[in-house]
Design a protein around this ligand. Sequence first.
Ligand SMILES: [Zn+2]
Length: 545
Amino acid sequence: MTTIFSARKIITMNPGQPSATHVAVRDGRILGVGSLEELATWGAYTLDGQFADKVLMPGLVEGHAHAMEGSLWQKVYCGFFDRMDPDGKIWEGSKSIEAVIERLQEAETQLADPDEPLSGWQLDPIYMNNERVTRHDLDNVSCTRPVAVLHASGHIMNVNTKALELSGLLKQGLNHPGIPLGDDGLPTGELKSPEVMTPVGPHVGFDRAMTDCDEEGLRAFAKLCVRTGVTTVTDLAARLTDDGVDMMLRVTGEDAFPARIVPFRFFMGLPPKELVEVVSELAEKSTDRLRFGKIKVIADGSIQGFSARMRWPGYHNGAPNGLWYITPEHLAEIYDLALAANVQVHTHTNGDQATELALDTLETALLNSPSADHRFTLQHCQLADTAQFRRMHNLGMCVNLFANHHFYWGDEHYRLTVGPDRATRMNACHTALSSNVPMAIHSDAPVTPLGPLFTAWCAVNRLTASGKVQGEAEKISVADALYAVTLGAAYTLKLDSEVGSIEVGKKADFAVLEDDPETIGGDKLKDVRVWGTVQGGRMFAAADL
Ligand SMILES: [Zn+2]
């Protein structure tokens, strides 16, 4: 059974045939691309004209996101910027602490059970003169039920008095750097670091390991994918418990599930040898829409949280150097074993010292286990300099740069964290490409919103939230940006033989667009309207979700 779709334009990402008017699909795969006359040579077909006025491009590939974005939408959105939820509703950003409290109060009135916790997410004090939310602010939402708001970074949470009481933290004499105290000697309600948040989590509705998504969350995440043209997406730090794996297999196996999920096993919780073994075994459970077999390592923290590991001269405001999340020995062991087992590792490095560690470690590991095509990838890698990109190229590494970060936090990096010159070179897409390092760009959803065309806009324009162009020399072309969110990202996942371009034999995965991203203009890329997706030959209209 062959269906031939006609379109206003098909952007293929195949240099041998950059655009076409028709694509033939059989058994969920691309049978051919060309004119109707050419495709008709395959025999009987049904002509489907519903995309005749639309633009098709390869289904977008998000190489760094977290499915927990879907689960977080079950909580109250408290972010600064407007943001679309899985049902397509745009939530207006809360521009002050008062606005955050009002939104929580409104949500509170909807809760029937008086003991049910109320939780919000995506608070970011950096946009509110760094003013902190206190337990007293949140007591204005409720004194009787526990209330919590998670910060955009995911590493800090504010809770009300009731939540502190339930967790046994409402007492004098606490002495922990992650639990700031007020004038009364009691905690202010701010909880910094996963270590102090974890015991409170169960009382405030963050009761599962926060890196995992639940069933409802996974479905919601997939809806966001359809709305943003994404057909293949990573879940870049999953614990992958037996129950979690069973749930993901079941949900992604449903006929109506619209995306291909690539979960990476988070490195913590298992010694390296077992980690590599478990991931190798998991790979055998992979299905078309669920691809196991890869490892995610986190080397350091975040730049805006001053927990990234920096080389000299360190932070611009004099903050002490950040935190290692892994020891060099541990990283070396994972790289050695993974290379030997042909298991791919993606490593989060934010600071340039963390990037240097990953480069040094891989250089040594490759001497023990040479690999011609490992595609180990640096994730974020925001502060890499030109010499480090050259090393990535020499070592056969890929990079996935955090283009969205430049928009959301670029002004703060310039002013506060790393200073003008390093803020200007951050997420150096142009240097990556001119150093011949295979490159993707990403959102890190839920840290910033899922939406590869927005991410592409960020890389093309390098605007910060205040509207300043930061790093003219690191801008890339629209063509390079569209490549980065399709074949570029697919390459980092070793999926470029299956997805990322519209070519014979590949999956019939398309982003269906109302506007043409190649001609709309780089400054309007983020405004390209998405009709929905075709995934494995199945159609998903955003309007019908
Ligand atoms: Zn991430």
